[in-house]
Write a protein that binds this ligand. Structure first.
Ligand code: KIV
Ligand code: NA
Length: 269
């Protein structure tokens, strides 16, 4: 199977209609990428790895080096999906030039096909700058976790008329600037529906609406690795219980000396 490309992802939305929704999940490691790759169209190396992998309190402390190390691992572990890598907080907001310097490092050092960055109208110039210079950009509007301090928390966005108008203007601006797809996170459903109708490129929802052109979730949330997850997460598995039960079984066998058994022990000739 040949790797999907950004133009092929864009072409899935024809004249405003996406017959088969785009499937995207996060991956941070080569092994997880291998397991998810054949089921997905896109893999996102999200800066959510700050919380999921590193136990950080938010995405604000994630560094470019972390994203590059995990991004390269995910590219090595996949052969089918388009790999998109999040630009971390502080590596793109200052100017289009700053964004290009860091995005080009991400592309060159990982082999990924695209970057993702948060923000709407304020990032339009940067999105245009990168996409005209060979770097496909996925935009991210609505609830943008890197702006948690400005937003005051992770609550859903767009409950007032002013907020709704702003999110729709943001989505239109990034699409016009050349974003190849737009993540819409944590917004009331009407906004996701309106924005999906309003722009020609695919929208990818997370806590948005089934009317989006695709969906993304944090894989560990979907697998049931965490006690607490946002309302928009559906748990498709209970991996936390599988890991805990498996570790308990191993610990028990070590303690009663039934592991290692005959099958795991090397014998002299
Ligand atoms: O970092 C991330 O995982 C994301 C998705 C949740 C969209 O940005
Ligand atoms: Na992110």
């Amino acid at each position: 199977m040949k790797r999907l490309t950004v133009p092929k992802v864009m072409a899935r939305k024809k004249d405003g209609v996406t017959e088969e929704p785009l499937v995207m999940l996060t991956a941070y490691t080569a092994r997880m990428a291998q397991l998810l790759d054949q089921h997905c169209d896109l893999l996102l190396v999200g800066d959510s790895l700050g919380q999921v992998i590193y136990g950080l309190p938010s995405t604000l402390q994630v560094t470019l080096d972390m994203m590059i190390a995990h991004g390269a691992a995910v590219v090595r572990g996949s052969y089918h999906s388009v790999v998109v890598i999040d630009m971390p907080f502080g590596t793109y907001e200052a100017s289009p030039q700053q964004a290009f310097e860091n995005a080009s490092r991400i592309m060159a050092e990982t082999g990924a096909a695209a970057v993702k960055l948060e923000g709407g109208e304020a990032m339009a110039e940067t999105i245009s700058f990168l996409s005209q210079r060979g770097i496909p950009v996925m935009a991210h509007v609505g609830l943008t976790p890197q702006a948690v301090n400005a937003l005051g928390g992770y609550m859903a966005r767009g409950r007032s008329d002013a907020e709704e108008a702003k999110i729709i203007a943001d989505g239109k601006a990034v699409a016009e600037a050349g974003a190849f797809a737009v993540v819409i996170e944590g917004v009331v459903e009407d906004i996701a529906i309106a924005l999906t109708k309003a722009i020609p490129v695919p929208t990818i929802g997370i806590g948005a609406s089934a009317e989006c052109d695709g969906q993304v979730l944090v894989t560990e949330d979907m697998l049931g690795m965490f006690e607490r997850t946002p309302r928009f997460v559906k748990r498709y598995g209970d991996i936390a219980a599988v890991i805990s039960d498996t570790a308990a079984e191993y610990a028990g066998e070590v303690r009663d000396r039934s592991f290692p058994g005959e099958a795991q022990v090397y014998k002299a000739k």
